[in-house]
Ligand binder design. Structure first.
Ligand code: SAM
Length: 277
């Protein structure tokens, strides 16, 4: 294109992606907030509400980076547990807590009722920043941090209730392999959920978004992180990712059922979901 982007040969893509996230790790959260004007938070909140996980859910968050999805998942589970206990006590006013607790296993009585989130990312720097951040905020229970490749996940078959990947799949070299791996590690009945940049369906917004992406993002990258190239990569990778319908078909090709998607912010991002039967 006239923007002068080069295409990266496939065998080099993995290395390039690794270098990009290694170099942005420390500034990753600040950059997300400033480049999206904080909107990435709303998209991630929407994503977790849409997941609507129940206490006990075993989550695998791939390309989990600094833990934003796992963090929201844990908060959601905590809130669900509060609600459950409040309703229990309301409906069984004459029962004591020990009466109520008899109907739950030990795990279910813990603050997360047995829920766990595994954050898996290929980049150790991103994981380290995320783990430190969440520990500082008092989140360590129920979380584990695992270095691993989305294309070759270090987990057994049929292990998780939910697989998430947020702003991650466009960075993977072979998307089809990552989708196959998602299918493999999910339990039958498990759910696949992906949050990713997609194709804007409003012409005016599309025009503004283009201007913003190509003219503003790399400049912000240079100013805030001293790193023009990484943020140029970001914009390129968004442009190359398949549009909503095409990505939906790829998910179906990996074996998922009931695949659908929701556009957020006129398709700036889309949430795809599907089930393993
Ligand atoms: N999910 C986080 C979020 O929403 O803030 C982080 C998204 S960040 C844009 C993309 C992440 O994908 C990076 O942390 C990067 O290391 C990771 N990644 C890239 N290729 C990967 C792969 N093949 N397997 C696992 N993670 C990968």
């Amino acid at each position: 294109t006239h923007f002068g982007f080069q295409t990266v040969p496939e065998e080099e893509k993995g290395e390039k992606v690794y270098r990009v996230f290694e170099s942005v790790a420390q500034k990753y959260d600040i950059m997300n907030d400033s480049m999206s004007l904080g909107i990435h938070r709303l998209w991630k909140d929407w994503f977790i509400n849409h997941m609507n996980p129940t206490p006990g859910t075993q989550l695998l968050d791939v390309a989990g980076g600094t833990g934003d999805i796992a963090f929201r998942f844990i908060n959601y589970i905590r809130a669900q547990r509060e609600k459950l206990i409040r309703n229990q006590t309301k409906s069984q006013q004459n029962l004591s807590w020990s009466d109520i607790s008899r109907s739950y296993s030990h795990d279910q009585l813990g603050p997360l009722m047995g829920s766990q989130a595994v954050i898996c990312d290929i980049n150790k720097e991103m994981l380290k920043v995320g783990k430190d951040k969440l520990q500082r905020l008092g989140y360590s229970e129920g979380l584990s941090w695992v270095a691993g490749d989305a294309e070759e996940l270090p987990f057994a078959d049929d292990k998780f209730d939910v697989y998430t990947i947020a702003f991650g799949i466009r960075n993977v070299t072979h998307i089809d392999k990552a989708l196959e791996e998602a299918y493999r590690v999910l339990k039958p009945g498990g759910r696949f959920l992906c949050l990713e940049f997609s194709q804007v369906n409003n012409p005016l917004l599309a025009r503004l978004y283009d201007l913003y992406s190509f003219q503003v993002i790399p400049v912000l990258g240079e100013i805030i992180a001293g790193d023009w190239k990484s943020y140029q990569y970001l914009v390129e990778s968004i442009r190359r990712f398949p549009p909503q319908e095409e990505f939906k078909e790829m998910i179906e090709d990996a074996g998922f059922f009931k695949v659908n998607y929701h556009n957020l912010t006129s398709g700036v991002v889309a949430v795809h979901s599907g089930f393993k039967l």
